[in-house]
Design a protein around this ligand. Structure first.
Ligand code: SF4
Length: 299
């Protein structure tokens, strides 16, 4: 497992535990969709860390990318729109022994679910959150999302987007995330490095991924990003310097940085919450002795 946990719930006694693999369900994504690179990177990261499938839960919201939990052999929870992060929080608090990865798209995470996301980051919940950011609503066939760039003409913005896009990296830095990275699904190995770091990180690991929608976004394509992205680790960036991280997060144009923007070690929510200090909730008595005792207390 990626980290030690206080007496986690053990679901299996097998000595040879299966490591993550592709599930029997084949992705229904359009051929060439960026999300194929993301599921491959998550699989690669979990294999590197040798985390047994039984100890991994991947949860999601709604959208093309939120189908991801179906395609790997871990436990999964396909939730409702914008709720992958609170689902992950609940799962993690229930059992600290699990590796929890929340996934979803830019509409799911930065539109419908943005309130949950901000508060999970400022709590420094031990969670990995991977967004497949294609700057469009793909599942609903091409409307502007919170990260669609200014002027982009979509089905919902025929005269071009007039709202400033959210910058996910800057949002994460401002919200107190302790591991902030950006990857590109066109570079799976580099993305797997970032996801591996997020899983290993003791705190909220945020990885925003340029994951092109090849069907409905004809501007932010694989070629668009291949021509622009450069790696922070090759440019002398110091990921412990939050001011430098801020400056890099504002770069957008001919050069767009990917890599680890910022990392810092701080106590997690689990470290500080006194109820969780007694161990994973799954190992704690629920305190309900029977229907009669509840009735005695409240009636
Ligand atoms: Fe991927 Fe776009 Fe197709 Fe959805 S519509 S599966 S995001 S390419």
């Amino acid at each position: 497992m990626a980290e030690s946990a206080a007496a986690p719930f053990v679901a299996s006694t097998a000595t040879q535990l299966p490591i993550i693999a592709k599930s029997q369900i084949k992705p229904t994504w359009c051929p060439g969709c960026g999300d194929f690179g993301v599921v491959a990177a998550i699989e690669m990261a979990l294999k590197r860390l040798k985390i047994p499938s039984k100890d991994v839960v991947i949860c999601s919201g709604i959208g093309c990318s939120s189908n991801l939990p179906h395609f790997l052999s871990s436990y999964g929870f396909h939730g409702i729109h914008g709720r992958s992060v609170p689902l992950g929080e609940g799962i993690r608090w229930g059992n600290h022994g699990l590796t929890v990865i929340a996934t979803g798209g830019d509409g799911d995470g930065f539109g419908i679910g943005v309130g949950h996301l901000i508060h999970a980051m400022r709590r420094n919940v031990k969670l990995t959150y991977v967004t497949m950011d294609n700057q469009i609503y793909g599942l609903t066939t091409g409307q502007a999302s919170p990260t669609t760039t200014l002027g982009h003409k979509t089905k919902s913005t025929p005269d071009g987007v007039i709202e400033n896009p959210i910058d996910p990296v800057a949002l994460a830095l401002a919200s107190g995330a302790t591991y902030v990275a950006r990857g590109f699904s066109g570079d799976v190995k580099h993305l797997a490095d970032l996801v591996t770091g997020a899983i290993e990180h003791k705190g909220f690991g945020f990885v925003d991924v340029f994951s092109p929608c090849v069907t409905f976004n004809k501007i932010n394509t694989f070629d668009f990003f291949r021509q622009r992205v450069y790696k922070l680790e090759s440019s002398g960036h110091n990921p412990s310097d939050i001011v430098a991280a801020w400056q890099r997060s504002l770069e957008w144009g001919d050069k767009i940085p990917i890599g680890l923007f910022y990392k810092v070690d701080k106590p997690t929510y689990e470290d500080l919450e006194f109820v969780l200090a007694a161990g994973p909730l799954v190992n704690q008595p629920c305190g309900l002795k029977g229907r009669e005792s509840i009735l005695d207390e409240f009636v």
